[in-house]
Design a protein around this ligand. Structure first.
Ligand code: CDP
Length: 219
């Protein structure tokens, strides 16, 4: 793709849990040789730091302090901690992510990540196309029915040897969707340039091909 004005190309990918946005984002970044940022890991890390301190995840002032501390001493290596990947931390992340000041503390890092990319950057999250990078050249909204997403997450947990019933996974997902619903809405998109991809009946390869078509046909 031509990078006409020397600015890195930003691909913003938003969508609910287990929609396939994370694996798509990673694959696109690899294919295009772009930098990749899983912004959910930032919220997960703030949540994990709070829990590691034995603090209350629902306490706004604690969450704000934790996000400011995290931002000040940000070390991207701490985002690779395997403990970040559990559903418990996913849920805890969605609790701290509700606090406006926590979101505010994490904005600059996300924006700078895109701005300092050499070729381009793929960022995935919940508000990338709407708040973080409203001028992103490509915006994708990856979604699927709650049942399909719960099925995928359940299968993934089983393959990692984690015991959970499908019903529990679905309930947890619906609860998280509810908390995230305020910001997770493609219609909040300022310029209506978002491409919605419903992956309910698609394989990961099909999703990748649709996304590449959108990117290659960018006007
Ligand atoms: O991969 P999955 O969708 O399960 O989770 P994630 O993307 O790591 O996000 C975990 C939680 O962090 C979400 O449920 C959101 O509440 C929050 N989050 C957010 O508010 N904004 C983002 N840009 C990314 C995540």
């Amino acid at each position: 793709m031509m990078n006409d004005n020397q600015k890195p190309i930003i691909i913003a990918i938003d969508g609910p849990a287990a929609s396939g946005k994370g694996s798509l984002a990673k694959k696109l970044a690899k294919e295009l040789n772009y930098d990749f940022l899983d912004t959910g890991a930032l919220y997960r890390r703030v949540a994990l730091n709070i829990l590691d301190n034995g603090d209350d995840i629902n306490d706004e002032s604690i969450a704000v302090r934790a996000s400011l501390d995290f931002n000040e001493n940000l070390d991207v290596k701490t985002l690779e901690d395997e403990r970040l990947r559990s559903d418990t931390i996913g849920s805890a992340a969605s609790v701290v992510a509700q606090f406006g000041k926590v979101r505010q503390a994490l904005i600059d890092f996300q924006r700078n990540f895109g701005a300092k990319a050499s070729l381009g950057a793929v960022l995935d999250g919940r508000d990338i196309g709407t708040v973080i990078c409203p001028n992103a050249q490509i915006k994708l909204f990856i979604t699927a029915t709650a049942e399909k997403r719960a099925k995928r997450r359940h299968k993934e947990l089983q393959s990692r040897g984690i015991n959970a019933t499908y019903g529990d996974v679905l309930a947890e997902m619906q609860e998280r969707d509810e908390r995230d619903s305020v910001r997770l809405n493609p219609h909040l998109e300022p310029d209506h340039q978002v491409n919605i991809i419903d992956t309910s009946d698609m394989t990961p390869n099909e999703v990748m091909n649709v996304a590449l078509d959108i990117i290659n046909n960018r006007s």
